[in-house]
Design a protein around this ligand. Structure first.
Ligand SMILES: [Cu+2]
Length: 124
């Protein structure tokens, strides 16, 4: 049992030092509010950010409409990341979605008031 505890502590130490050194090696994180509607939006936004220079990872929470982005501060900035999200057709914090990109989004990804058909009932 003692041995098991030691391994657990060792694993924890590695995980903790990993997240600490991540900060030291020039990574930063930002949470951005986006106008996501469905799981397709999550894929679109995460894929957009995956191709964005300087972005290391992103994860969108559909319930809170917040995307957590990890990036290299020397290569990009929260403003640039917001612009990339806007260009994909979504609002990013105070930055409104690029109008053309927004219009190209599938109906389900538009804001409920802009949908051509009302899918909110999901019954047709
Ligand atoms: Cu969507």
């Amino acid at each position: 049992m003692k041995r098991f505890a030691k391994i657990t502590i060792a694993v924890l130490a590695v995980v903790l030092s990993g997240s600490l050194s991540a900060q030291e090696s020039g990574k930063a994180g930002v949470d951005i509010k986006v106008s996501s509607q469905c799981s397709m939006c999550k894929e679109t936004i995460e894929r957009t950010l995956a191709f964005e220079k300087g972005v290391l990872s992103s994860s969108l929470d559909l319930e809170t409409h917040t995307v957590k982005v990890v990036y290299r501060p020397g290569r990009t900035s929260p403003d640039k990341i917001r612009k990339a999200i806007s260009k994909a057709g979504y609002d990013a914090d105070e930055l409104a979605a690029d109008h053309k990109a927004y219009k190209k989004l599938p109906d389900c990804c538009k804001k409920p008031e802009d949908r051509e058909f009302d899918h909110s009932g999901h019954d047709h």
